[in-house]
Design a protein around this ligand. Structure first.
Ligand SMILES: [Zn+2]
Length: 135
């Protein structure tokens, strides 16, 4: 059997932060610890902003629904919710009624759609069950 020389394949790998050519292990992503932490800080900042902006939407939805229920409203319209700035694409959980309708909740405040643009306001009066984690 021939002893073949070990060939190092030089990929064109660059530091994710400063785009410096990398010469270390194949799984190396950064040229230095400074670049690693600079990059990670930026990523964490973006994650934080993304979570914050979604939380703001959910809180606004929650506020819109809870204001209506505290005013004693039982139904409203999708148009009215939309005018108040409600985002129908953001909710925290759903549940299905016996009649196979979907309730959309923001925390404990929710709604379900009826005919003709109408919505019924609903509430969840229990805390979510703890998800059991299997290892
Ligand atoms: Zn670097």
């Amino acid at each position: 059997m021939l002893n073949l020389p070990i060939i190092f394949i030089m990929e064109n790998r660059k530091c994710l932060e400063c785009y410096e050519q990398l010469r270390g292990r194949a799984d190396q992503k950064f040229c230095s610890d400074q670049c690693r932490s600079a990059y990670n800080n930026k990523q964490n900042g973006e994650t934080h902003n993304m979570i914050n902006s979604i939380n703001r939407i959910l809180k606004k939805n929650y506020y819109i629904l809870s204001t209506l229920t505290s005013e004693g409203k039982i139904t409203t319209s999708k148009t009215d919710l939309q005018k108040k700035g409600y985002r129908f694409d953001y909710f925290t959980c759903t549940s299905t009624t016996k009649a196979s309708q979907t309730n959309y909740f923001c925390y404990d405040q929710g709604y379900r759609e009826k005919d003709n643009n109408k919505v019924v306001l609903v509430r969840r009066n229990h805390l979510p069950a703890q998800q059991s984690v299997s290892h």
